[in-house]
Ligand binder design. Structure first.
Ligand SMILES: Nc1nc2c(ncn2[C@@H]2O[C@H](COP(=O)(O)OP(=O)(O)OP(=O)(O)O)[C@@H](O)[C@H]2O)c(=O)[nH]1
Ligand SMILES: [Mg+2]
Length: 289
């Protein structure tokens, strides 16, 4: 996730900054540190810094011929080329919106641009065998389910969910994917797996499905570097066949949420679960910076 943007002028003035996540208590020190490191880099190696891992974030840099410094902070595990694409977009837009007022510069409506085009909504993959309740879970949220082809030409079922009361995160994108095809065609899903933040494995909590799901998980886990995994132990209303979420958690070694997708308050509960996942996997990581 992209957490911050800084644009620093040649004289060291902060021209623009935006924090999507995490606190901005230390921004002043961070900016000083980032720009002085860049100067040192230029002096010592004769080159600008391209990126820097610092305090759990990756700071990706770009400098123009007027010595303005553009910096985007993201999670360490975010693919750097994606952040760099955003950085190029940021630069282009900066020149378009720049106006000079006397000696100082002003950038117009940059917040709207930053939120709409630089910020990336978190993505959650809902995976599981057929019949475990993936679509039922997606349908708990209002809005349209979109069927389209992704970058890898896979058919995807996707829905954008709006959230409130969650620091900085206003939307999350849910995608339903069949677990077996994902594991068998992992190469075809590579760009999705590189960028997704959370993989939520849905099980019907029955013995057969659990054992197949565990082996699919074991095949997939090493191929995923960025996302965190969670288990949604669905069908907890099937008292005779459903294993206890605690037991399931032990055998997968993953945080597990007991659930039933077909009750009156299932929608409300699913919001709470999604918020919890986002808190653990995104917000707390930035807060601990
Ligand atoms: N009793 C019970 N039934 C459920 C629960 N969750 C889903 N179902 C039912 O299970 C059936 C299958 O659910 P789907 O949501 O279509 O499953 P899916 O994972 O999307 O299946 P595919 O799209 O075929 O991969 C539906 O009839 C749901 O109503 C649950 O927690 N308890
Ligand atoms: Mg379905």
């Amino acid at each position: 996730m992209i957490s911050k943007i800084f644009i620093i002028g040649a004289n060291g003035d902060l021209l623009y900054s935006k924090t999507f996540f995490g606190s901005n208590h230390h921004d002043k020190e961070t900016i000083k540190f980032l720009s002085s490191i860049n100067h040192v880099g230029k002096k010592l190696i004769g080159e600008h810094i391209r990126s820097l891992n610092f305090m759990n974030s990756n700071y990706v840099y770009s400098q123009d011929d007027q010595d303005n410094l553009f910096i985007i902070a993201s999670e360490i595990k975010d693919p750097e080329d994606e952040v760099r694409n955003k950085l190029n977009l940021l630069k282009e837009e900066f020149y378009k919106r720049l106006t000079k007022v006397g000696n100082s510069v002003k950038i117009d409506d940059f917040d709207d641009f930053a939120i709409n085009q630089i910020y990336v909504s978190p993505k959650i993959l809902i995976v599981g065998e057929s019949g475990v309740g993936k679509s039922t879970i997606m349908n708990l949220f209002p809005g349209e389910t979109i069927l389209e082809l992704d970058n890898d030409l896979n058919e995807t079922i996707e829905k954008t969910v709006n959230l409130t009361d969650l620091k900085g995160i206003t939307q999350v994108i849910l995608r339903e994917v069949d677990f077996q095809s994902l594991v068998e065609r992992v190469k075809d899903y590579s760009s999705l797996l590189r960028t997704v933040n959370i993989i939520c494995i849905v099980t019907n909590s029955g013995a057969g499905n659990l054992s197949r799901t565990l082996s699919l998980y074991n095949r997939l886990r090493d191929q995923v570097s960025k996302a965190d995994f969670y288990i949604l132990a669905n069908f907890q209303d099937s008292l005779n066949s459903a294993f206890d979420p605690g037991k399931i958690s032990d055998s997968f070694g993953l945080e597990t949420f007991g659930f039933c997708a077909t009750q009156k308050d299932s929608g409300k509960k699913m919001y709470i679960i999604i918020k919890r996942m986002l808190e653990i996997s995104i917000i707390n990581k930035f807060e601990s910076n």
